[in-house]
Design a protein around this ligand. Structure first.
Ligand code: CO8
Length: 163
């Protein structure tokens, strides 16, 4: 796999109040800090899980692949609606925020530890408030998992009520 770094990620511009997700929140010091950006018309997230995310020695725990798929989905949908709204990362506009409505993962091959994983997404609009991301996760050049994530624009039920 070519060396790839996500230079501009949608998670970098989420407002602080929404930057705490365990998977992709930049402000969650214990989290994975997943970052998702464009690679031409596809979305990409790169992640090398820590050694502790072991299933069988030498191979990854499947739940961590699901986590990658999950946040790759929310980030991809946010990128796509942001672009549809006429914005790109860095133009100062606040991006839309999505939550996961469903997550389907197929584990195709044993996934080795200690190599960078690359999630590649194809984003499709179902409705302006509902998007689908078909994702593939590669370890080096091997397709190890694929899945589909459905995302919905974050409803007001997620707004924190301090009262
Ligand atoms: C925010 C920063 C990044 C954070 C990343 C976090 C990643 C996560 O882990 S999120 C946490 C896990 N996910 C959750 O907790 C979600 C919990 N579930 C829920 O809140 C709800 O079930 C939710 C929001 C997913 C779906 O709600 P539901 O009311 O069933 O929505 P749904 O019927 O699918 O429609 C969605 C919207 O599209 C609209 N819509 C209209 N036409 C259509 C259509 N043809 N098809 C689909 N939707 C349509 C619906 O009317 C609705 O809009 P509105 O709310 O204005 O009526």
């Amino acid at each position: 796999m070519e060396k790839f770094i996500v230079e501009k990620a949608i998670q970098d511009i989420y407002p602080d109040d929404f930057a705490w997700c365990y998977g992709c929140g930049r402000l969650n010091k214990d989290g994975h800090h997943l970052r998702t950006g464009w690679e031409e018309e596809k979305t990409v997230t790169i992640f090398t899980p820590d050694s502790k995310y072991m299933g069988i020695p030498g191979f990854l725990y499947g739940g961590i692949l699901a986590s990658l798929m999950d946040c790759h989905g929310t980030g991809s949908a946010s990128l796509a609606l942001h672009r549809k709204n006429g914005h790109e990362i860095g133009d100062g506009a606040e991006p839309p925020r999505f939550v996961t409505a469903s997550l389907n993962v197929e584990f195709l091959k044993p996934t080795p530890q200690h190599v960078p994983l690359k999630a590649v997404g194809t984003v499709e609009e179902i409705h302006p408030k509902k998007w689908k991301v078909d994702a593939e996760i590669y370890a080096e050049d091997t397709l190890c998992a694929k899945g589909t994530v459905v995302l919905v624009v974050m409803p007001s039920t997620f707004l924190k009520n301090d009262g």
